[in-house]
Ligand binder design. Structure first.
Ligand SMILES: NC(=O)c1ccc[n+]([C@@H]2O[C@H](COP(=O)([O-])OP(=O)(O)OC[C@H]3O[C@@H](n4cnc5c(N)ncnc54)[C@H](O)[C@@H]3O)[C@@H](O)[C@H]2O)c1
Length: 391
């Protein structure tokens, strides 16, 4: 198939602001580029850094009106909430400990929120944000990036459709090596805050990448973790938080799982891989080769399906953007989180009926589940890897 399956650019655009993502930051720029991909929302304001000079440089570089570049996120939330046409949503891409106060003040000022993961540093904060958004009738999206890949969505549809039979076991890992040395003792900013419990929360490795495993497996399988036993290790001398974790889980269905996340796995970049074993078939998907998935039915040769060539379920196919063999990746996955979210907001704004598929983006509920998972891993590990219930 060689034609594009995508609808064209929307006729109206929404307006958004950003907190974080200043000069020298990592993920904010990825969000901006991913949002631009579908041309459905324009960046109009920001507080890109706690350093106002950085915010000014970043904002002017992005062509924004200096009057809408703010010294603090509180000032931005209040001022934007009072505009004749307030921004339709804010994107929060700051270190973990700031997500809660930033999201809270924007919700309080009537603004829809997109927040990067982990949603907050405590599950009580996450629950409060979820309830606040519900009470105000505001949309809340948590950017669990990897759930945006079309093939990951196809895995979800296969499980929903019973193609794998009853799920028995899940094996998932996220292996990186970028913290194999004490990088936080250099001026590497991303390593600095992630290794600092006051900014990162009670866990570094589980919070940063174990949370991606939890969200992606929950997304693909629909299984809820009932209890877990975790061992968090700090392998690099002098480091304060965990850099490697081994986690056994039991789901409410009775299925079992084994997760491993590591930032000291020499030779690995962003090795997120999920294998789901059912009574009829298994699937294996790896983030670094995201356009393909291995499917094995019992007593049959394994097959590799290819996004764009082999038909995916409709709920996945509609997210495929270019023909097979032209790799789609990280930016497209991010854009696939934003596309339904922005469509949902546009329809709401125009008084149109919204469809269930317009809400195919991770929400505060998934964000809260993620933070509870991190908390319970830390609790278990502190108690000699005792089994702890999630509810
Ligand atoms: N979804 C993903 O795949 C993914 C990937 C990377 C990071 N993240 C998450 O995104 C967040 C940011 O991570 P990063 O690696 O981009 O960090 P970063 O350190 O590169 O960027 C953080 C930015 O926030 C700004 N900032 C800090 N405090 C601020 C404040 N009070 N007001 C305004 N701006 C402030 C900093 O100046 C910087 O520009 C983290 O929560 C991280 O877990 C998610």
């Amino acid at each position: 198939m060689i034609e594009s399956s995508q609808t064209e650019t929307a006729s109206t655009t929404l307006k958004y602001g950003m907190v974080g993502g200043g000069e020298g930051a990592f993920i904010g720029d990825v969000h901006r580029k991913a949002i631009n991909m579908d041309g459905m929302a324009d960046l109009v304001c920001g507080c890109f850094s706690s350093d106002p000079e950085n915010t000014l440089r970043t904002g002017l570089g992005l062509g924004l009106d200096p009057a809408r570049l703010y010294k603090t996120f509180e000032e931005m939330a209040v001022a934007e909430g009072k505009q004749d046409e307030p921004i339709d949503f804010v994107v929060i891409v700051t270190p973990n400990n700031t997500h809660y106060p930033v999201a809270k003040v924007f919700l309080e000022n009537g603004i829809n929120v997109v927040c990067d993961k982990p949603l907050t540093v405590t599950s009580a904060q996450a629950r409060e944000l979820k309830e606040l958004a519900e009470a105000r009738g505001l949309a809340f999206c948590v950017t669990y990036t990897y759930t945006g890949y079309p093939v990951a969505k196809h895995a979800r549809e296969m499980v929903r459709n019973g193609d794998l039979g009853e799920i028995r076991f899940v094996n998932a890992e996220y292996a990186q090596d970028w913290l194999s040395t004490l990088l936080e003792n250099t001026d590497q900013k991303q390593a600095g805050w992630r290794s600092d419990p006051t900014q990162s929360g009670a866990s570094n490795c589980v919070g940063d990448i174990g949370s991606h495993i939890e969200s992606l497996v929950a997304f693909m399988t629909g299984l809820r973790i009932k209890r877990l036993s975790a061992r968090l290790d700090t392998m690099v001398d002098g480091r304060v938080l965990d850099d490697n974790a081994s986690i056994m889980v039991e789901y409410d269905s009775g299925a079992k799982g084994l997760y491993w996340c590591s930032q000291i796995a020499v030779g690995n970049d962003n090795g997120l891989k999920v294998r789901i074993f059912g009574s009829k078939a298994s699937i294996e998907w790896a983030q670094e080769n995201p356009n393909y998935m291995k499917i094995s039915y019992l007593d049959q040769p394994s097959q590799i399906i290819s996004r764009g060539r082999d038909g995916l379920y409709p709920g996945a196919e509609c997210f495929s953007r270019v023909p097979s063999g032209h790799p789609e990746g990280y930016f497209e996955a991010f854009a696939n989180i934003y596309k339904p979210f922005i469509t949902f907001l546009m329809k709401q704004k125009q008084g149109q009926t919204t469809l269930p598929e317009d809400q195919d983006f991770p929400k505060a509920e998934q964000g809260e589940n993620g933070v509870r998972f991190i908390e319970k891993c830390v609790e278990s590990s502190k108690n000699n890897s005792a089994w702890v219930d999630l509810d």
